[in-house]
Design a protein around this ligand. Structure first.
Ligand SMILES: [Zn+2]
Length: 215
């Protein structure tokens, strides 16, 4: 009786089994890792209601988890790399990016995404609308909308999404206040795909809700 074919069959079976085990082990490890989040927080005084509205929009625009962080100390100079580096180091390990809102009237700082540090800062005072630009709309609602759009833009920039040519996309360049307010609060489909790809690579892609089980 020739046992060689039987033996090779067994060896094949064992190798297949170990591949299967490795695979399920890898899946278990991935599932246990906490999902990386993008955290939004105020530095200094700010309206928590604005944070909730920003997080609400961001959650529909990006396939990842967002959280609202505790109030941080007021920023001295958001254009200083030392300060940005400090904010970056203070992030918790499960925080992918930190988006900081600050209200600094009189400061020339507008907004900036520091991609290498995973930190973006928006000075909301810089986008405060004038009565003339608001028209019949409420100044507060228009301002919140601008902050929401800037937040989408900053997160997309941190993810490596660049300037978009589609005028309605949040990533397009507005040449006037009127053009800015005509832009959508969201990303166009190609920019949304780029953002999703980046989140996937960074291990922060939100797992889609399970589809309803079929009976
Ligand atoms: Zn776009």
């Amino acid at each position: 009786m020739n046992i060689t074919p039987t033996l090779s069959f067994i060896l094949l079976l064992v190798s297949q089994m170990s591949l299967f085990l490795n695979d399920s082990l890898a899946q278990t490890v991935t599932a246990k890792e906490p999902a990386k989040k993008i955290q939004i927080a105020w530095a200094g005084d700010g309206d928590t209601n604005i944070l909730s509205k920003v997080v609400k929009l961001l959650s529909t625009s990006f396939q990842c988890e967002f959280s609202i962080g505790g109030r941080m100390a007021p920023l001295k100079d958001p254009s200083s790399i030392d300060e940005i580096s400090r904010l970056s180091n203070e992030r918790s390990p499960d925080t992918l990016f930190l988006l900081v809102l600050t209200d600094m009237p009189g400061s020339s700082f507008v907004e900036k995404a520091y991609k290498g540090y995973g930190v973006a800062v928006i000075n909301i005072a810089a986008s405060k609308p004038t009565k003339a630009s608001a028209g019949s709309r409420s100044l507060e609602a228009l301002h919140t909308e601008r902050i929401q759009r800037e937040s989408v833009r900053m997160v997309a920039q941190l993810l490596g999404v660049g300037i978009c040519v589609f005028p309605r996309c949040a990533m397009s360049v507005a040449r006037s206040e009127a053009e800015l307010d005509e832009k959508s609060l969201n990303l166009c489909p190609p920019c949304a795909v780029k953002a999703e790809e980046a989140l996937k690579q960074l291990g922060a892609l939100r797992t889609p809700p399970k589809p309803p089980s079929l009976k």
